[in-house]
Design a protein. Structure first.
Length: 263
């Protein structure tokens, strides 16, 4: 598998392109170990540092994963998540009462904390306002694929089940509606890409330079007052967000008034 030393593309990118193609056509399957870095350096006729740069690039892209003391492996397929508003609440209420079981959601902590700026802005309060937060992790297979948190006003949550450090046998929004006494009527999702915090990188087991997708989910009652502000962070290269929806048919123009003469 030679590379072209006279090409404008850097050698490690040429190698990355070849490895991507070989993985796509099944030369190496998900979970299969690649040759060692010295072996690939000899294979491509380049320095080991060049191959290391290739591996680093493909790790950031989510194609490879390195297990210390074991080697470099092809990562499994992208995790397809339907975690946006429409998917969270479903076509009708109670759509996924089995949400926790399917996503293996694990409660990580419940308590009062100062709201970060994006949460404070969503609620329309000052930065650092004390709020109740319920933190969770979502696991798939043997990996953590989501770091999340749901924030509520202290005045809404005090003395309710939302303060209890226990998982509920139904979606959180249903528990919150009953506890707070207000119905979720609409929601907005804002998705952005950014670098992970140190804690997020450790929990998600990704390199600090691997981008993450971050969701800010704001749920409102019928008066447009926020009930819950939720955050979710996923490893970007390994995550695909999907949402299916219908496209309305065009509305036909009304027939012109037969009494009018069109020029």
């Amino acid at each position: 598998m030679p590379i072209n030393p006279g090409a404008a593309e850097f050698p490690h990118r040429q190698i990355a392109a070849q490895l991507r193609e070989r993985i796509r056509r099944g030369d190496w399957n998900p979970g299969e170990r690649l040759p060692s870095i010295p072996a690939m350096a000899e294979m491509f006729g380049v320095a080991k540092q060049t191959v290391q740069r290739t591996v680093d690039q493909l790790r950031v892209e989510g194609i490879l994963i390195t297990k210390p003391g074991s080697g470099t492996y092809v990562r499994g397929t992208r995790r397809r998540l339907n975690r946006l508003s429409r998917g969270r609440y479903g076509a009708h209420r109670g759509y996924h009462a089995d949400l926790a079981a399917r996503y293996r959601q694990q409660l990580a902590g419940v308590g009062r904390e100062a709201a970060p700026p994006e949460v404070a802005d969503a609620f329309g309060v000052r930065d650092g306002t004390e709020m109740l937060v319920r933190r969770h992790l979502v696991r798939a297979d043997d990996a953590t694929v989501e770091v999340g948190a749901s924030w509520f006003r202290v005045t809404d949550a005090t003395g309710t089940s939302l303060e209890r450090a226990e998982a509920f046998g139904r979606p959180l929004y249903q528990e919150a509606e009953e506890a707070i006494g207000r119905r979720y009527a609409s929601a907005t999702d804002t998705i952005s890409a950014r670098q992970p915090s140190r804690e997020e990188a450790e929990i998600l087991q990704i390199r600090p330079d691997t981008p993450v997708l971050h969701l800010l989910h704001v749920a409102f009652d019928e008066t447009r007052k926020p009930i819950e502000v939720a955050q979710a962070t996923w490893p970007g290269p390994m995550t695909t967000l999907t949402e299916e929806y219908r496209i309305p048919a065009p509305v036909p123009d009304p027939d012109p008034d037969p009494g009018l003469t069109l020029a």
